[in-house]
Structures are given as C-alpha cells and as structure tokens.
Design a protein around this ligand. Structure first.
Ligand SMILES: C[S@@+](CC[C@H](N)C(=O)[O-])C[C@H]1O[C@@H](n2cnc3c(N)ncnc32)[C@H](O)[C@@H]1O
Length: 285
C-alpha cells in the first residue's frame, strides 16, 4: 500500500516469485516512476492514495494473502529539501506526498486561522506549546520556507531540548496536508475486506498517533468475540534491533503490528448478493 522505492516489495516478491499477482501502491509520482523502473509492468502499479486504491481493488473483487503498509514519509521526502518535509533542509512549505494535490503546507501556514493552526498542532503533533507556536506563526506571516518556520518554532522554545523543537510542528503540518490519519482510519476496514482467510495484514508506523489507530483497530477486531476477524501475530509491536537501527537510524521509531484474518462466525451479508457489506464504498452493494 506504500511501495515507495520498492525495498519491501523486492524482498517480498523474491519470496513469492509471483509478481504478476501483486499490486504496488504509492501516492508519490517519484516513487511510482522508480517502481516502474525496478519492476517493469509485472506487478500492477497504482499511483493513488491507498484509500482510493483500496476502494478500487475492493470494487474489482480483488483479494490478497498479504497487505503491507509502511506508513509515513520516505527517505527521499526527508532528504530532498524541495519537498518541504524537513526542518533541516531549506525548502518551500510544500509537504505534499502527492505532487498533484492542491493543498500545501504553505496554504495552511499562511492562510489558516490561529485557532485552526493551534488545533492542527495539538491534534496531529501533540504539541504542548501549540498556542504559542500558532500565535508566532500568525504574527509573522508570510512565512516562506521550512527553515524560516523551524527558526520561528525554535524561538518559541528558547533553550535546549533533546529533539529539534520543530519536530512536532513539522509532523503536525505534514499529517494535515496529507490527511494521513483519516486515510489510515478509513482504509483499515477495507484492508480487512481485501484479505483472504489466513491472509496477513502488516502495518509499520512511525509515530504514536498512527500506531494508536492500528492498535485500536486490531484490538477491536480480535479476541474472543463472536465477530472477531483477526488473530494478532504481534502481542506487542516488533521494533528494529540495534543492528538494524545502526544501519538505518530512521527505523528506531518504527513499530510493526501484524494480524492474520480468521473466518468470522457471524457475518452480516447482503441479502441479494450474499457478499459482506462495506457501507461507505459507493458503487458496491
Ligand atoms: C516509509 S515509505 C515506504 C518505503 C517502502 N516500504 C520501501 O520499501 O521502499 C512510505 C511511502 O508511502 C507513501 N504513502 C504514504 N501515505 C500514503 C497513502 N495514504 N497512500 C499511498 N501512499 C502513501 C509515501 O509516498 C512513501 O513513498
């Protein structure tokens, strides 16, 4: 669902040996170009956000043995200043994963109200100084670059802190620009529908807000209930070990949760088609 630059996909397709049965999704055009170079046209490659792609796959009656989502931004997003994700690189206030999308961080930062910005910082960054930062942003507009924004937040914080003071602010704006939490929340039930019985759902998250959504979804669909559909494969999330973190420091905050689909005992089905219903996907009864 987040094929990126094909690292996981290469490893998985090497194991399955059946690329023609696979689908790779990413909303970023640069990633899609790279995936097409790596895999030619053997797996189906879809340039859409995973919610839209999942709806299409569901409407096309597709089923999968494994669904993997490795959430968030890719290393190229963070390394290329021009994408606007990094407070360590100078760049425009962009932060769009999908370059064709209209809403950018610039629009939010330079035109949303102080209250709206405060809400974004609190809800998506859990930023304790959200009010002060929102105040500083709205008083110093227009803000033109990532480094200008980072300097403004640092000034609100004043002295030393363990992480860069702008970490939470950048996370919050990025989540808002890309609608990340809502797309994840809305996609999880569709992923469950897309799984074959015995199929695995594996999700890697990098921050507590998305991990909480995954954890709660897994918890509410597993356990000893008549309608349980999942059996957890990870009681606690799997974390990267010290060797992996040494090779790839960004893996230090990664949490992998996985579950396997079990046959439901009580399924509500559509009387006409006998299929399980997914009420909010239009066009499918
Ligand atoms: C952490 S990277 C994945 C790296 C990938 N696992 C690999 O092996 O190269 C996350 C990728 O997910 C994509 N992405 C994030 N949210 C998405 C969404 N809602 N729909 C589709 N792609 C998304 C990003 O564009 C990025 O390329």
């Amino acid at each position: 669902m987040t094929a990126g630059y094909g690292g996981h996909a290469t490893a998985i397709l090497d194991k399955t040996g059946k690329p023609e049965y696979s689908v790779l999704v990413d909303r970023d055009l640069e990633a899609i170009k790279e995936l097409k170079k790596i895999f030619n046209s053997k797996p189906k490659i879809i340039h859409k956000d995973f919610y839209e792609a999942s709806k299409d796959l569901y409407l096309a009656d597709k089923k999968f043995d494994l669904i993997l989502a490795d959430l968030g931004v890719s290393s190229p997003h963070l390394n290329e200043g021009k994408r606007g994700f990094s407070f360590q690189q100078d760049g425009p206030l962009d932060m769009r994963m999908d370059q064709g999308q209209q809403l950018t961080a610039d629009t939010i930062i330079n035109s949303f109200s102080k209250e709206e910005i405060n809400h974004i910082l609190k809800a998506f960054g859990e930023e304790s100084k959200s009010d002060l930062i929102a105040d500083a942003i709205t008083k110093n507009r227009p803000i033109k670059s990532t480094t200008e924004l980072a300097a403004l937040v640092s000034a609100v914080y004043g002295g030393y802190s363990q992480h860069h003071p702008a970490t939470k602010t950048f996370q919050a704006f990025r989540i808002a620009v890309n609608n990340e939490l809502k797309l994840l929340t809305d996609s999880l039930p569709i992923w469950l529908k897309l799984l074959e019985p015995q199929g695995r759902l594996a999700i890697i998250s990098f921050q507590s807000l998305e991990d909480r959504i995954v954890k709660q979804f897994f918890a509410s669909h597993s356990g000893n209930r008549y309608d349980s559909q999942l059996k957890l494969l990870t009681k606690h999330p799997i974390r990267a070990g010290p060797i992996e973190v040494a090779h790839n420091p960004r893996a230090r905050s990664a949490k992998l949760r996985a579950a396997v689909k079990i046959k439901r005992k009580g399924v509500v089905s559509n009387a006409n088609t006998g299929k399980e219903q997914i009420p909010y996907v239009q066009g499918k009864s």
